[in-house]
Design a protein around this ligand. Structure first.
Ligand code: FES
Length: 183
């Protein structure tokens, strides 16, 4: 069981290698860069049998309403957003039948304020923007993938642009109110 590799909030905090990883993954959404960098990250991954067992425990106690953090699990960025009431309401007021990849918000979360998903665009694998305060969040207040213009809503569902599917939800469980185990 591996400890979280980086769990600092995306706003504030001192500069460190952890911050580099967090801000770095968000910044990777620049066209072309993400695709070029992922093989490098993949090459650092442990062997497949280790990966199969890998899980990450994340302390989310410092993530305030409206904030998001990015952690790395199995070599992939996992977005954890502490959603506001507005975010949740927006996600739940959608007519699911009109969605490209129909899923209710309730199907995608275990605890309404906490949206946890793999932050890799389902089009061609760029990392969407939206984790940091100043990031563009797209037309639906969630995430925006600048590579080819996919917009995801506050439930991480694809709403506009070429991506075919919602951002995937990894296996996870809350160990207590402030600790989530991914994997
Ligand atoms: S990779 Fe995200 S829109 Fe193409």
């Amino acid at each position: 069981m591996a400890e979280a590799e980086n769990t600092a909030p995306t706003t504030g905090g001192e500069s460190s290698r952890r911050d580099f990883l967090i801000y770095g993954t968000s910044a990777l959404a620049a066209v072309g860069t993400a695709l070029a960098v992922w093989p490098f990250i993949s090459s650092m991954n442990p062997a497949a049998d280790t990966l199969a067992l890998a899980s990450t425990e994340v302390d989310i106690s410092a993530v305030e309403d409206g904030q998001a953090i990015t952690v790395v699990w199995r070599g992939k960025p996992v977005f954890i957003r502490h959603r506001t009431e507005e975010n949740i309401e927006a996600a739940r007021s959608v007519d699911v039948a009109e969605l490209r990849d129909p899923q209710t918000d309730e199907d995608r979360v275990k605890e309404a304020p906490w949206l946890i998903m793999i932050g890799v665009c389902t089009h061609l694998g760029c990392i969407p923007l939206g984790q940091k305060d100043g990031d563009p969040k797209g037309d639906f207040g969630g995430w925006f993938c600048p590579c080819h213009g996919s917009h995801y809503d506050t439930s991480g569902r694809i709403r506009k642009g070429p991506a075919p599917l919602n951002l995937p939800i990894p296996p996870y469980a809350f160990l207590d109110d402030t600790t989530v185990k991914i994997g």
